[in-house]
Design a protein around this ligand. Structure first.
Ligand code: C2E
Ligand code: MG
Ligand code: MG
Ligand code: MG
Length: 286
């Protein structure tokens, strides 16, 4: 049997815990200056419309390149921002970045819808829908150029509380998606009561589609149920052609994943759009 941890083991454990704690303190502090120091950027990942083979939408994803620590994962810094109250500021930064990018694209005849991720804390703020509206108006962008993705856990933790914000956003004409669907505990029936149009199936169910098994059953029935409820289905985490074809055959609406493209900086995305036109099995109209 294992002996009880000796003093050395405990010392190592405490040192690791202290280190993790110090990192949190530092990142939480530095995050407040990240925008000012121009350490934030937005990358865009294409979403493939499976029926037409066209890319009409991209998802905006935030990147933080810390001047000393290098790139920090969004899973780390977004969570930290939600816990320490700086998420509102990050969302504002992202909204401004997305709005000016949309303006630029529209002026150049590039018509893409951009989906932006928001957190539950954003929905708590009663001013949020209005701020989005003002930002779109300031850049003269029609609301149908914007979609917002809210994680299942965020909308479902307190659907009552989030409902008025979601309704206000929907009334503006903004498309709303439930992100990471399947990781929370909601029923599709509960979701149906929310003013959302899209269901985004979490990548954890899509990554192993090729192996069949439970995930394939879950994804298949989720697509069918969502369609019966009039929801558009988006799958994320498509890493191979098998998953892509599998989803296409089962009438999933939109696919996103490394097999199609990784998230890209603007210049790379524009090049990718030019290069891959029609290369996902659909002939471009002439
Ligand atoms: P998400 O919104 O579910 O975004 C999808 C994540 O999956 C992204 O990770 C994306 O890079 C990654 N991904 C895309 N295709 C594949 C694939 O084929 N395989 C695998 N393994 N992963 C894939 P990323 O960029 O690291 O972002 C992680 C999460 O951080 C996002 O999950 C989102 O919840 C959050 N996040 C990112 N940017 C923002 C933001 O601006 N605001 C907020 N509130 N959250 C954000
Ligand atoms: Mg998302
Ligand atoms: Mg997701
Ligand atoms: Mg996620």
């Amino acid at each position: 049997a294992d002996a009880a941890p000796g003093p050395e083991r405990i010392a190592v454990y405490q040192a690791q815990r202290d280190q993790a704690y110090q990192r949190r303190i530092r990142l939480a502090r530095d995050l407040r200056y990240a925008a000012q120091y121009k350490e934030l950027s937005a990358v865009y990942q294409p979403k493939l419309d499976l029926a037409s083979g066209e890319v009409r939408q991209v998802e905006a994803l935030m990147r933080w390149n810390h001047s000393e620590l290098g790139p920090i994962s969004p899973d780390e810094f977004i969570t930290l921002a939600e816990q320490t109250g700086s998420i509102g500021m990050l969302t504002q930064w992202m909204m401004a970045a997305v709005a000016s990018q949309l303006r630029n694209w529209i002026e150049r005849g590039i018509h893409l819808q951009v989906a932006m991720n928001i957190s539950a804390r954003d929905l708590d703020d009663p001013q949020f829908p209005q701020r989005i509206e003002k930002m779109l108006q300031a850049q003269q962008i029609s609301p149908d150029y914007l979609a917002l993705e809210v994680t299942e856990s965020a909308v479902m933790t307190d659907p009552e509380r989030n409902l008025s914000s979601l309704r206000a956003l929907r009334d503006l004409g903004i498309e709303l998606a439930v992100d990471d669907y399947g990781t929370g505990y909601s029923s599709l029936a509960t979701l149906k009561s929310l003013p959302v149009q899209d269901l985004k199936i979490d990548k954890s169910f899509v990554l192993q589609l090729a192996e069949g098994g439970d995930d394939a059953v879950i994804v298949k029935s989720t697509i069918e149920l969502a369609h019966n409820m009039g929801l558009k289905v988006i799958a994320e985490g498509i890493e191979n052609s098998h998953s892509l074809n599998w989803l296409k055959e089962r009438h999933c609406d939109v696919a996103q994943g490394y097999f199609i493209s990784r998230p890209l900086a603007v210049a790379d995305l524009e090049r990718w759009l030019d290069d891959t036109r029609g290369s996902f099995g659909v002939v471009e109209p002439t």
